[in-house]
Design a protein around this ligand. Structure first.
Ligand SMILES: [Zn+2]
Length: 256
């Protein structure tokens, strides 16, 4: 007798975001999928079964996931999971591991439910792919952050004053607001706590905002030390409304 696939079963490519053992033999795993956004599911017998889930339920792994969503539960049932690609360098290089962990943790924080579209899955997959084949450059994280902000509705304007809309290319100095994010012209900075952002950093971030991770080379993400520090602080302010830093993965992160 042939076993018919249940109608509510779906197969989608996905990246494993996190996994933990549940009970005696199961695993609860969160995926960023192409077709269903962020999904958490239970893999029955995953801790014991060498056959069904061998090495596929580890963070960073790129898989083809088959799951059955359950109407009454947020927890899907993972029917099968097939390995597409597993990055090898992250287990050998602590900085790459830290970068990759930060990428997944930040994504996990920014994507609340199943709202993520395929672009978010593609961004994470391509950023991890680039990290796998090249050196961990701080600019890679900044570029990733800019793209993630754009995909989650927080895209910062790097070329216009947030308050009055003046083109920042035409003003003498550009100011950042650490607590609220956003860039301001001198007229709009008021008496609030602001500081000057260098042109070099703004130009570099504008390029990173347009960079494609799929086509990129690690050299596209090299930052001068002064620019790197300024860009990191500025990006952090853009996340101020959505994320509280530091993230757990930053304990390992040693940004040059
Ligand atoms: Zn202004």
């Amino acid at each position: 007798m042939s076993s018919a696939i249940a109608p509510q079963e779906t197969t989608t490519p996905a990246v494993v975001v996190r996994a933990r053992v549940f009970g005696e033999s199961d695993k609860i795993v969160t995926f960023l999928t192409r077709d269903l956004g962020k999904v958490t599911g239970i893999a029955k017998g995953a801790k014991r079964s060498k056959r069904r889930f061998v090495n596929v339920l580890e963070p960073f792994t790129h898989v083809s996931l088959r799951l059955r969503q359950r109407p009454a539960s947020d927890l899907a049932f993972i029917s099968a999971c097939e390995l597409l690609d597993a990055p090898r360098s992250f287990t050998l290089d602590l900085q790459k591991f830290a970068y990759a962990s930060y990428i997944l943790e930040l994504t996990d924080r920014m994507i609340r439910g199943r709202e993520a579209g395929p672009e978010t899955y593609e961004l994470v997959r391509d950023a991890l792919g680039l990290l796998e084949r090249s050196a961990p450059e701080p600019g890679l994280l900044r570029g990733f952050e800019l793209h993630l902000l754009g995909l989650t509705g927080y895209e910062p304007s790097l070329d216009r004053c947030r308050r009055c809309g003046t083109a920042l290319a035409a003003v003498d100095a550009v100011y950042a607001q650490p607590a609220r994010g956003g860039l301001l012209c001198a007229r709009c900075r008021g008496d609030g706590r602001t500081y000057v952002i260098s042109r070099a950093t703004l130009e570099r971030l504008t390029l990173l905002q347009r960079a494609s991770f799929a086509a990129a080379d690690a050299r596209d993400f090299v930052l001068q030390p002064g620019v790197a520090a300024e860009a990191r602080a500025l990006l952090r302010s853009f996340f101020a409304a959505a994320v509280t830093f530091p993230l757990a993965s930053e304990q390992l992160l040693d940004e040059r």
